[in-house]
Design a protein around this ligand. Structure first.
Ligand code: GLA
Length: 411
């Protein structure tokens, strides 16, 4: 073989080997977790920085006693402010004052209840509340979390000057991979850098908005930034068709829930139903120890949870957008569908929905229903409501409330 060609062949072989090696060594996000939207509880919405091990243990107890565990909730997540300083070797420490028994003991306790423990860090130098961030310590922190027995990492985006988001989140994903413990990776970058476009192979979910606030349609200003009510988050990325990015193991995160944190019963019901239909992680943010019967019943509605956890993993589409009336439609497994009728407005809304004039076509899944050709029976998932799609549906929906129906092909 002429020398020139030989060189070329050697070079090509070298490139092939390198590609192969990097493919073998390349990190992935954990595949055994986060396949369905995560269900759990997080400390931030109620406790802000005021977290300690007693509260977290009590919350794990309450998750079991309230029936939430049985309903499918599994993660107990500590948000910002659990941190102490780094030691002389750069290892992150817990706050000794608030977590005197250490994080490993807390993880053991949470695991003993059949639950999992989540933690929070930040891609920048400091977290949003000014605690040590993971920048420059990613592999060390991931290893520490794995040693502690952590199962979930929420990774925030404060103090990240000159960091590239895709790169920073990839680094932490790879660090978690190297730590060899399945840890659900929850990206919290608020949607500022379109994470849905790059994060599907990096995290199990990505926030699509700034922080939530327990109100229906408000914004709450904090100076340089704002928190958002339920409708504001619902509408924030309306034109981006975010459902195309979601699926098993990759979810749009509408933020931790505010059910039980001061909105009306109707608003809590709508908030929960919408988050479920849109396949958002269902992370409660209220005090589970003292919640009302009403909040508990909303959070543990098995029929609504089943929509969120449906194995087909298809996020609902906004099918009708007509002033106060929004209708969301979600294709489910086994040829079933969910319909959510939302009254955004402040007065009772009368709806006359003639199924036969409302053919449904979902371009994402290729599924459709023509109610002239196929009859479905339906049942209400909040109120007892039964019928079939041959007759128009008459609804009277109270202000800020929803009617959610599950449709099944008639036998
Ligand atoms: C950011 C996040 C919140 C919460 C706080 C903690 O604002 O978006 O969800 O984690 O930081 O400081």
């Amino acid at each position: 073989m002429p020398v020139k060609i030989m060189h070329k062949v050697t070079l090509m072989f070298g490139v092939f080997c390198l590609t192969l090696l990097s493919a073998i060594a390349s990190a992935e996000k954990s595949s055994g977790v986060g396949q369905m939207p995560a269900m759990g509880w997080n400390s931030w919405n109620t406790f802000d920085c005021d977290v300690d091990e007693t509260t977290i243990r009590e919350m794990a107890d309450a998750m079991v006693e309230s029936g939430m565990k049985e309903a499918g909730y599994e993660y107990i997540n500590i948000d910002d402010c659990w941190h102490g300083e780094r030691d002389t070797n750069g290892n992150i420490q817990v706050s000794k004052e608030h977590f005197p028994s250490g994080m490993k003991a807390l993880a053991d306790y949470v695991h003993s209840k059949g639950l999992k423990l989540g933690i929070y860090s930040d891609a920048g130098d400091t977290t949003c509340a000014g605690r040590p961030g993971s920048r420059g310590h990613e592999y060390q922190d991931a290893k520490t979390y794995a040693d502690w027995g952590i199962d979930y990492l929420k990774y925030d985006w404060c103090d990240t000057e000159n960091l590239n988001p895709e790169g920073a989140y990839t680094t932490m994903r790879d660090a978690l991979h190297a730590a060899e413990r399945p840890i659900l990776f929850s990206i919290c970058e608020w949607g500022d850098n379109q994470p849905w476009e790059w994060a599907t192979d990096i995290g199990h979910s990505w926030r699509i908005s700034g922080d939530i606030y327990p109100c229906w349609d408000c914004g709450y200003g904090w100076g340089s930034w704002s928190s958002w009510g339920v409708l504001k988050i619902l509408d924030m990325r309306k034109d981006l068709n975010l459902r195309q990015y979601a699926g098993p193991g990759r979810w749009n995160d509408m933020d931790m829930m505010e059910v039980g944190n001061g909105m009306t019963e109707a608003e809590d019901r709508s908030h929960f139903s919408l988050w479920a239909m849109l396949n958002s992680p269902l992370i409660a943010g209220n005090d589970l120890r003292t919640m009302s019967k009403q909040a508990r019943e909303i959070l543990t509605n098995q029929d609504i949870i089943a929509l969120n956890q449906d194995p087909a993993g298809v996020q609902a589409m906004r099918y009708i957008d007509a002033g106060d009336l929004n209708v969301f439609v979600k294709p489910l497994s086994n040829g079933e569908w969910a319909f959510l009728f939302l009254n955004r407005g402040d007065d009772i809304l009368t709806v006359n929905h003639d199924w036969q004039f409302n053919v449904v076509k979902d371009d994402l899944t290729g599924r459709s229903i023509d109610f002239n050709k196929a009859t479905f029976t339906y049942r209400g998932l909040w109120k007892n409501l039964k019928g079939n799609t041959q007759k128009p549906l008459q609804l009277s929906i109270p202000a800020h409330d929803v009617v959610v129906l599950r449709l099944k092909p008639a036998a």
